[in-house]
Write a protein that binds this ligand. Structure first.
Ligand SMILES: Cc1cc2nc3c(=O)[nH]c(=O)nc-3n(C[C@H](O)[C@H](O)[C@H](O)COP(=O)(O)O)c2cc1C
Length: 324
């Protein structure tokens, strides 16, 4: 293929890409056309210096956006060949996508693409019903298809051990005033195009809660309503922990999230045990796995909820200026 992508193709694929999750809904991405290729970069203005000093979270988010981009282009019949970090001198450039041979989308691509607009972080308590075995298997396959692994934390003692690691990481983070300020600043009203709307922030945590919920100023819980007693906790990991591994993990995360949505499942993410290095290592050791844990998910059957706002697409596109 010699012809490149057009502005219209970029605009339409980017509209799907921005539905990806991001830490505090910062939406840390930019998209542009360079010599007919779509380039996705970390937006340096949307970093979270206290919460994400290494840029791990921004790369996970951009990896997730990249997965949506790939899906959108494939479903439009214009699939891409992807190069991660194409220019070492510009580390913020996450990926470059150039047109591959046109082909029909696969049924999996179509169903995952259909899930993009329905997916959202569901922080409310789930129903106690267990996630069926075939759905668990599909989630693992989704991670493997993107060169990641997914470990399900099964059994009361394993879940309790994980919860202890997560709670201690949560306490470490909460002791850092800069982290708390950042989280407060990114907690927003429902009409804000970025940040976490307090209404979607999940209920306020209570002393009996097993897993630590990041506090986004959510409402009080209805009397007697508790979180599911045996949450399905899943840890997504990658082979290593380079910047490229984190972008790979972001793609794996999004594939798992869309597969869950397609299977009628709800997911919330909790990354405190990933953000605190000691907790991440304790988590890795408890799983007995090589590689690096990159995200933790709570998966189950959720109540209906709302998708989270995004910025207008023109805010994230760098388009060539056309002379008047
Ligand atoms: C790297 C990363 C870390 C995240 N960590 C958490 C977390 O610890 N707690 C939480 O409730 N949500 C977490 N999220 C979810 C984001 O808050 C969420 O994706 C964002 O607010 C956009 O909302 P949406 O997922 O509904 O589209 C994380 C997302 C990413 C990509």
């Amino acid at each position: 293929m010699t012809t490149g992508y057009t502005v219209d193709q970029l605009r339409s694929a980017a509209a799907d890409a921005v539905r990806a999750p991001s830490l505090h809904n910062t939406q840390p991405w930019r998209f542009r056309l360079v010599d007919g290729g779509i380039e996705l970069s970390v937006d340096p203005l949307r970093r979270l210096p206290a919460t994400d000093p290494s840029g791990w979270g921004a790369r996970i988010a951009c990896g997730a956006a990249l997965f949506n981009l790939r899906l959108a282009l494939a479903v439009a019949g214009t699939p891409a060949t992807v190069r991660l970090r194409p220019r070492p001198s510009e580390p913020d450039v996450v990926a470059r996508l150039v047109p591959d041979v046109p082909r029909r989308p696969t049924p999996t691509e179509q169903s995952l693409h259909g899930a993009i607009a329905r997916r959202f972080s569901n922080r409310a308590p789930f129903w106690p019903d267990p996630v069926p075995a075939d759905a668990r298997w599909r989630l693992g396959e989704a991670a493997r298809a993107e060169q990641c692994w997914l470990e399900l934390v099964i059994g009361t003692s394993a879940v309790n051990a994980f919860a202890e690691i997560a709670r201690s990481a949560h306490r470490v983070l909460e002791r850092d005033p800069a982290y708390v300020t950042e989280r407060t600043e990114w907690t927003r009203s429902a009409s804000s195009p970025d940040g976490v709307p307090a209404a979607g922030g999940g209920p306020q945590s209570e002393p009996q809660d097993l897993l630590p919920q990041r506090g986004f100023g959510g409402r009080d819980r209805a009397p007697g309503r508790d979180f599911e007693p045996e949450p399905l906790v899943a840890v997504l990991g990658s082979a290593g922990n380079t910047a490229a591994d984190q972008i790979v993990a972001g793609q794996g995360l999004q594939r798992v999230l869309l597969t869950a949505t397609d299977a009628g499942l709800a997911v919330s993410m909790l990354s405190q045990p990933i953000e605190v290095p000691g907790a991440r290592e304790a988590l890795r050791l408890s799983l007995g796995r090589f590689g690096t844990p990159q995200m933790v998910m709570r998966i189950g059957f959720g109540q209906p909820g709302r998708t989270t706002p995004r910025r207008p697409i023109d805010d994230v596109l760098d388009l060539p200026v056309v002379p008047a």
